[in-house]
Ligand binder design. Structure first.
Ligand code: NAI
Length: 338
């Protein structure tokens, strides 16, 4: 067979895998929740990434179809599919990077915290698998509420004795992507030239864009600042409402997730100066987790940058963000410790 895909448990394709495995250098990446709204376009984009040599697609449904489909792309990565909990361990063994977009998305009227009851358990189970099968992997958590699911992952890893705070990152990149787009629109710039730091967390008022630190330097009026802050904080809800019950952001999220995963892989490779905003274990504030710019390297998060100078508007936003974040973190920790 000429295919370079294989479903776990299927036969006949082993030879193709053996041939392909020896070839391309690169990293082994698993996507958990790969058949979902985010998972599918994320799998597509990861298959296009030259830093990926092996791509494992895991879900509890539909991975055979997604795997067969993605595997026909004529790029280097070998694709393998894994279906259901009994194949989770094989999906994870040997992975360098695990990206988790598994779980239910919001519907109109829901907050991210409304997803807690279902997604907390999903993230817990998946992280138990990671602790057992690839404890050294970098983990990118997309499943909401990120403000709580990252503390959940940390608690699972602590229990297993594998916790390395440098390797656990909550993905807030979509907030940065949105901020760059919306700010560029107001300033009349190309979004590719705009860099907006977004700190705090990933829900409502915990999403704190630092508009005083936009690059290139610009001056926004109080009205523009208010409009942009609110639009960035509610960007997810804008999509949820437009999709009217059919889910939340998936395409822009896959784009953001693959940019973030690529940054993690470039860090692992040893590239210098790879900086991204991410929600990580942090001492920048008194909270145990906080999103700021971080430097990515061979061990994951190599350095965490401070907030920099904030204006009065941002200081007020920071206080609001911290209040909500503290409760979300506690909720995640309690879920595991209870
Ligand atoms: P979806 O429902 O389209 O896909 C989720 C996938 O997860 C499904 O294929 C489902 O079968 C799978 N899944 C469920 N339980 C699983 C388990 N135990 N193990 C493995 N896979 C499992 O949802 P969508 O739109 O892809 O969103 C996924 C998550 O990402 C949601 O929690 C959503 O809130 C979150 N999200 C996060 C964003 C961020 O910026 N961090 C942005 C947008 C969404």
């Amino acid at each position: 067979p000429s295919s370079n895909s294989q479903m776990e448990g299927s036969s006949g394709l082993g030879m193709a895998n053996c041939r392909a495995k020896g070839g391309s250098p690169g990293f082994k990446v698993a996507i958990l929740g790969a058949a979902g709204g985010i998972g599918q376009p994320l799998a597509l984009l990861m298959k296009m990434n030259p830093l990926v040599s092996v791509l494992h697609l895991y879900d509890v449904v539909n991975t055979p179809g997604v795997t067969a489909d993605i595997s026909h792309m004529d790029t280097g990565a070998v694709v393998r599919g894994f279906l259901g909990p009994q194949q989770l361990e094989n999906a994870l063994t040997g992975m360098d990077l695990v990206v988790i977009p598994a779980g239910v998305p919001r519907k109109p009227g829901m907050t991210r915290d409304d997803l807690f009851n279902i997604n907390a358990g999903i993230v817990k189970t998946l992280c138990e698998g990671i602790a057992k099968c690839c404890p050294k992997a970098i983990v990118n958590v997309i499943s909401n509420p990120v403000n709580s699911t990252v503390p959940i992952a940390a608690e699972v890893f602590k229990r297993a004795g594998t916790y390395d705070p440098k390797r656990l990152l909550g993905v807030t990149k979509l907030d940065v992507v949105r901020a760059n787009t919306f700010v560029a629109e107001v300033l009349g710039l190309d979004p590719r030239e705009v860099d907006v730091p977004v700190v705090g967390g990933h829900a409502g008022v915990t999403i704190l864009p630092l508009l005083s630190q936009v690059k290139p330097p610009c001056s926004l009026s109080p009205e523009e600042t208010e409009y942009l802050t609110s639009r960035i904080q509610n960007g997810g809800t804008e999509v949820v409402e437009a999709k009217a019950g059919a889910g939340s952001a998936t395409l822009s999220m896959a784009y953001a997730a693959v940019k973030f995963a690529d940054a993690c892989l470039r860090g692992l490779r040893g590239d210098a100066g790879v900086v991204e905003c991410a929600y990580v274990s942090s001492q920048v504030t008194e909270l145990p987790f906080f999103a700021t710019k971080v430097l990515l390297g061979r061990n994951g998060v190599e350095e965490i940058y401070s907030l920099g100078p904030l204006n009065e508007y941002e200081r007020a936003g920071l206080n609001k963000a911290k209040e909500e974040l503290a409760a979300s973190i506690q909720k995640g920790v309690t879920f595991i410790r209870k």
